[in-house]
Design a protein around this ligand. Structure first.
Ligand SMILES: Nc1ncnc2c1ncn2[C@@H]1O[C@H](COP(=O)(O)OP(=O)(O)OP(=O)(O)O)[C@@H](O)[C@H]1O
Ligand SMILES: [Mg+2]
Length: 259
């Protein structure tokens, strides 16, 4: 079997916002079926890194590769990132509020008859299939006709992830998807990440919740003030040790160790 190329590889990525040096010499890889927890204190550069990956900002310099293909920063965009198989799930912002659930699955990728009308029946069938088999919503009042604004935060996350999985996203980015969710909803999001793993895809999971990120990740990439300071596989660190490692950075203790 031919080994699949890494879902993402960044080489010497730098990002400046004016004089702010937000990312310094970023060299990372995310395997084709790897769940990477991207962690670090506020302002470490996590969101900036994923915004470069998802086509929101171009890097100031450096190169990156998606599934082995080199990205051209001049033509890269959010839309192009979708074409490359990258989906991003943000808290609450990723779904059209007043739409029925089934419509939401097909924004920008309608199934049409040859003469151009939307094939509503087909779209509803597929939405139903995704809800049952990919997301695992069974009963409890949610149907394909439910309005998105009636869903809980966790259910919205589920729909967004279900969409990402159905359209065979190769790499799903979750930037603090569980902020303000109830424990039960957080559990669902974590289960979805397990499904990404089982589905053979990759994920970058950003959160400040160490217990959550520890559960779902294969490896942790730790950032501090714009730099990647460590990459640690789960087998090599306990949750407690990871917590203490991070705390060391947030309290500036690592600086003292170095001097
Ligand atoms: N659009 C922007 N313009 C100027 N500076 C920015 C911009 N976006 C981010 N920054 C700066 O870049 C640095 C990294 O920010 P980023 O949002 O990537 O951090 P983060 O690791 O996601 O933090 P958090 O955990 O708080 O979300 C910060 O110093 C931030 O102020
Ligand atoms: Mg952030």
């Amino acid at each position: 079997m031919v080994e699949k190329p890494a879902a993402l590889r960044m080489v010497n990525i730098e990002k400046y916002f004016g004089l702010v040096h937000a990312l310094r010499n970023i060299n990372i890889e995310v395997g084709s079926n790897e769940i990477v927890g991207l962690i670090g204190d506020n302002g470490a550069g996590k969101s900036t890194l994923v915004k470069i990956l998802t086509g929101v900002y171009p890097p100031s310099s450096g190169e990156f590769y998606i599934a082995g293909r080199k990205v051209n920063p001049r033509t890269y965009s959010v839309k192009r990132a979708h074409q490359y198989g990258i989906e991003t799930v943000y808290q609450d912002k990723s779904l059209g509020e007043k739409q029925a659930l089934w419509r939401n699955f097909f924004i920008g990728r309608q199934i049409t008859y040859p003469f151009g009308f939307i094939n509503v029946k087909k779209e509803k069938e597929i939405a139903q299939e995704i809800m049952l088999n990919t997301i695992g919503f069974r009963g409890r009042g949610i149907t394909v006709n439910s309005k998105v604004n009636k869903l809980s935060g966790g259910e919205r996350q589920g729909v967004a992830i279900g969409r990402a999985m159905h359209f065979e996203a190769e790499l799903i980015v979750l930037d603090e998807p569980t902020v303000a969710l109830s424990l039960k909803e957080v559990r669902k999001v974590l289960n979805f990440v397990h499904k990404i793993k089982e589905g053979g895809k990759a994920c970058v999971y950003i959160t400040h919740d160490m217990q959550d990120v520890y559960e779902v990740s294969d490896r942790f990439i730790i950032m501090d003030r714009g730099e990647v300071v460590a990459s640690i596989t789960k087998a090599d660190i306990s949750l407690k040790a990871l917590d203490e490692f991070l705390l060391g950075y947030s309290q500036g203790l690592k600086d003292k160790e170095l001097s």
